[in-house]
Design a protein around this ligand. Structure first.
Ligand SMILES: Cc1cc2nc3c(=O)[nH]c(=O)nc-3n(C[C@H](O)[C@H](O)[C@H](O)COP(=O)(O)OP(=O)(O)OC[C@H]3O[C@@H](n4cnc5c(N)ncnc54)[C@H](O)[C@@H]3O)c2cc1C
Length: 414
């Protein structure tokens, strides 16, 4: 549906950004069948593949936590996502060149899987299809030229394929990514701490099956993760996230496939046999960004626009999904005729999410720092920590449940 062909440009909720967070939120809100919802996306939304239109749905894969699985299950789309999701039955954590290692097991944590790895292109395809079937208006090729807070609504001036339009929405949700232009327009400061590291991502083929094991390997140059993917045409595939100083990442991006695989083999070792093939490589400069404000009257900042984390523990999207699940619940709990942009439920949302956000941000930031330090004393300390975790099941369990997103959210995801 082209919503802006209609004459009435009044919406209850407008979401700017049709990435993983914007689309998931649109579905969570549409499930209430209560509001008129608009999603504005800057890219075209009619590409042959979802990666053609959204920065979210590129060559990356996402490790979904148990909490994310539960949220998608509530939405009725988990079965579809699961068709191409690889369950993780154990996570092997090690510190390259040192003695410390531990292994987290799904069975020990009392769950079917510690998480699931899904390619963003598939996740995007499922979300898009669902949004197309839901009562949601999705408009691509939009550029927002002004946002004006009014007493009764947020007023947006937008350019759609060269045509200027005005939209009024009771609530505006900004989910336009880490470099949010909407936040800038609204005068919301975003703090950015560059890590001076980049993550190279690629799918790789190995000559051995991964047996549902995910590897998180800390090295003196930065952490690397090898996440199990579903087999494709009898190839054993894994998703690589290889963090390293940006200068080295640039060199590795320029290397041919053979040289890249050789360097990878040396860094990762032979735990999974030989690396055979590498797909498209993409490099992401890493930074921790946080928005100084997440709610105002008639406004919520969500997803990467609110907080964008180091990918070391695969937490960014999972955290945002718990955020927006909570937001949808807070809005749902308002009486039928209530103004959906009223400040009180938004403040309640922020209060409920504060602890999880702070803990997850601190955890990923500290983890990336701790394993980046080369001092022998610190290396000894962190390896003793890994060893201790390996010996004490309660510690392992706490760590596993943190990654699953079931501990810190305060919501019983089952
Ligand atoms: C290498 C790497 C690996 C990761 N792995 C994991 C993982 O395993 N697990 C996990 O949970 N998280 C992971 N993450 C984090 C995850 O990718 C992000 O949390 C997620 O992409 C955030 O989605 P988003 O929709 O908020 O933002 P984005 O993905 O940035 O999407 C923003 C959307 O807004 C659109 N847009 C931008 N500007 C405008 C505008 N002005 N108007 C309209 N639309 C606009 C863009 O086109 C895009 O579609 C990883 C991140 C990286 C970098």
């Amino acid at each position: 549906m082209n919503p802006l062909a209609e004459t009435n440009h009044q919406f209850d909720i407008t979401i700017v950004g049709g990435g993983m967070v914007g689309l998931s939120l649109a579905l969570l809100l549409a499930a209430q069948r209560r509001w008129k919802i608009l999603v504005l996306e800057s890219q075209s939304v009619t590409g042959e593949t979802v990666s053609e239109y959204s920065a979210s749905f590129d060559a990356r894969s996402t490790a979904l936590s148990w909490s994310s699985r539960c949220i998608f299950q509530q939405l009725g789309i988990w079965q579809k996502i699961e068709q191409h999701a690889q369950a993780i039955s154990s996570i092997h954590v090690s510190d390259r060149g040192h003695f410390g290692m531990t292994r987290l097991e799904a069975e020990e944590a009392g769950v079917d899987a510690l998480g699931y790895v899904v390619e963003n292109s598939w996740l995007g395809a499922v979300l898009m299809q669902q949004v197309a079937e839901a009562d949601v208006c999705l408009q691509g090729n939009t550029a927002i030229s002004a946002i004006t807070p009014k007493a009764e609504s947020m007023q947006l001036e937008i350019d759609v394929n060269g045509q200027l339009q005005q939209i009024n929405s009771q609530l505006l949700i900004v989910a336009d990514g880490a470099n949010s232009t909407c936040a800038k327009m609204l005068g919301i400061n975003q703090h950015r701490k560059a890590y001076d590291h980049s993550a190279i991502i690629a799918n790789v083929c190995l000559d051995q099956a991964h047996n549902k094991v995910a590897y998180e390997r800390f090295t003196d140059q930065g952490p690397m993760a090898l996440l199990p993917l579903t087999d494709f045409k009898n190839s054993h595939r894994c998703a690589l996230v290889w963090t390293q100083p940006s200068e080295q990442a640039t060199q590795l991006m320029a290397a041919d496939d053979g040289a890249f695989l050789e360097a990878l083999q040396i860094r990762f070792g032979h735990r999974l046999g030989s690396f055979k093939q590498v797909g498209e490589r993409v490099s992401y400069p890493l930074a921790l960004t946080t928005s100084e404000e997440q709610v105002r009257s008639r406004l919520v900042v969500a997803g990467n626009a609110a907080h964008s984390l180091h990918p070391v523990a695969g937490q960014g999207f999972n955290l945002s999904l718990r955020d927006i699940d909570c937001l949808a619940r807070c809005l749902k709990d308002q009486p039928g005729k209530a103004d959906v942009g009223a400040l009180a439920p938004l403040l309640d949302y922020q209060r409920q999410r504060d602890k999880d956000q702070r803990n997850t941000l601190m955890f990923t930031d500290n983890l990336s720092k701790l394993f980046g330090l080369t001092s022998p004393a610190i290396a000894l300390g962190r390896n003793s920590g890994l060893l201790m975790m390996d010996l004490v099941p309660t510690l392992r369990n706490q760590f596993a449940h943190f990654g699953m997103g079931t501990e810190q959210s305060g919501v019983d995801y089952g």
